[in-house]
Design a protein around this ligand. Sequence first.
Ligand code: C5P
Length: 316
Amino acid sequence: MRSYTLTAPAKINLYLEIIGARPDGYHELVMILQSIELADEIAIQAGSTDAIRVRCNQPEVPLDKSNLAYRAAELMAVKFPGAYAKYGGVDITINKHIPVAAGLAGGSTNAAAVLVGVDLLWNLGLTRIELEELGALLGSDVPFCIGGGTAIATGRGEQLSSLAGLDNIYIVLAKHRNLAVSTAWAYKSYREQFGDSYLQDTESLAARAAAVHSGPMVKAIINTNATEIAQKLHNDLERVVLPTYPQVVQLREAFANAGVLGTMMSGSGPSVFGICESQQQAEQVKIRVGEMIPDRDLDLFVTRMITHGIQISASV
Ligand code: C5P
């Protein structure tokens, strides 16, 4: 029986600007997304029945339809009924390393891996664009997670333009294990507080997105200048998450005091990252932040920016 093991990297947001509201209830965004080495492993194989089954090494991860990986397999079964009838169900095993509900796209990257894995398992031969279109039906971050690297994301977050990938810039990532922020809550609160400032017409929205495309953060990325990138980090969602979650403020302060080049919350949080000069500095920052916040609940990771999304690590 054929099986594939895929590596599914997490992402951080180097830039997240909310520029408007959309008729579908989502927000118009301009983001710069970055894959990082911290990853889950997803094993996919044909099931012995027509059922979709999810297993995970972490008990808090749901195994039913509320898991985006399950929904990704279900979507493939609906979109490709002939292949589903021929090959049957799918067994998905998730080996989780990415913190859950952290603003790191852990669920989205698992779903992206399932799309790529089922495409292989069922010999569908889908293109990257076709996989991204399927991903957009599952969640705003899923299309990016497929190809990964460094990309500008507009619209809901699903319209991607790749940038020259940043590689080997080290970061330290921090997340309180028992702290979770709902993405829907963060966007809703932002709209309630700052909705008045949203751009209204299509032209202004397009102009704002274009300004970011040619703006200072993109220049810093093209120049691979970690110091400049760290100075230009931006995340509008901090405006609602920081006042509500003092632990996130504390993490940002600890990173700043530990001497990182720059620090920011990722996505809707509550994970916070600090950009470092080198792997050696990152190891020291990890120790210092751990000393400043001696909380058993705090997970700290040294990781680095990478240039790819989902990769096949084994096929049998
Ligand atoms: O697309 P995804 O399921 O990841 O989004 C989670 C939630 O975040 C959505 O239900 C929505 O409330 C909010 N969101 C938004 N605008 C976006 C992306 C997400 O309002 N562009």
